[in-house]
Write a protein that binds this ligand. Structure first.
Ligand SMILES: Nc1ncnc2c1ncn2[C@@H]1O[C@H](COP(=O)(O)OP(=O)(O)OP(=O)(O)O)[C@@H](O)[C@H]1O
Ligand SMILES: [Mg+2]
Length: 199
């Protein structure tokens, strides 16, 4: 089982990950968690390149390909071995992020098929989308904004719409769309209820 968490910055993905992990562990599953980009030495270095503001200019196509490279390494080192051990994998972001964010930044369209192919044909079994208005998400971001977050609230709102379109097209058993604007306890309860009704 390969599960991914998606949604704009500040939507609550990372906050809920421990609860999702616990849900599967209580059912006797071994769980591996990962975050994209990251989780390996190479992917972490690419993450820094991508997220550090004013590091060096990154053209839209290069940005898309760097996300793909980080993901390919994470798949090879972490996700595919875990799935081969029959573990449940929960990944904080996956290629839907690239389709939504880089698609909106002009690094998509011609590259969309490549973004998917770079994942070696692996498709998430379940995608959980944390949906909320970008204006609300922005109020949750603390500290210095990263290179992508600096694109601002209008960009993030367009990314949100792309997410709704992309994830919305998935077959019902492959998606859970949560109202992430709700208080944390409500989002948690809703997620656990939806996971429980599917397992
Ligand atoms: N339902 C909620 N209501 C209010 N605040 C929340 C809620 N869920 C999470 N938060 C807070 O919002 C902030 C962002 O949450 P979190 O880091 O989980 O988002 P994220 O989706 O992982 O963002 P990023 O993509 O930037 O990593 C955190 O400070 C978190 O405590
Ligand atoms: Mg996070």
């Amino acid at each position: 089982m390969f599960i991914v968490l998606e949604g704009i910055d500040g939507s609550g993905k990372s906050s809920i990950l421990p609860a999702a992990r616990e849900f599967y562990e209580r059912r006797g599953r071994a769980v591996t968690v990962a975050r994209d980009p990251g989780s390996t030495a190479l992917s972490g270095r690419i993450r820094e390149l991508l997220l550090t503001p004013a590091d060096t200019p990154i053209a839209p196509t290069a940005e898309t390909l760097l996300y793909c490279a980080a993901r390919a390494q994470m798949l090879a080192e972490i996700i595919l071995p875990a799935l081969a051990r029959n573990e449940t994998v929960i990944c904080d972001r996956f290629y839907w992020s690239t389709l939504a964010y880089q698609g909106e930044a002009g690094g998509g369209a011609a590259l969309d098929a490549l973004v998917v192919a770079a994942a070696g044909g692996l498709r998430p079994d379940l995608t959980i989308l944390f949906d909320l208005p970008a204006s609300v998400a922005m109020t949750r971001l603390s500290g210095a904004l990263d290179r992508i977050e600096r694109r601002g609230v209008d960009y993030l709102e367009r990314v949100r719409r792309r997410y709704l379109q992309i994830i919305g097209e998935l077959p019902a058993p492959q998606k859970i769309i949560l109202n992430a604007a709700a208080p944390r306890e409500i989002v948690h309860a809703e997620l656990l209820a939806r996971l429980g009704s599917e397992s």
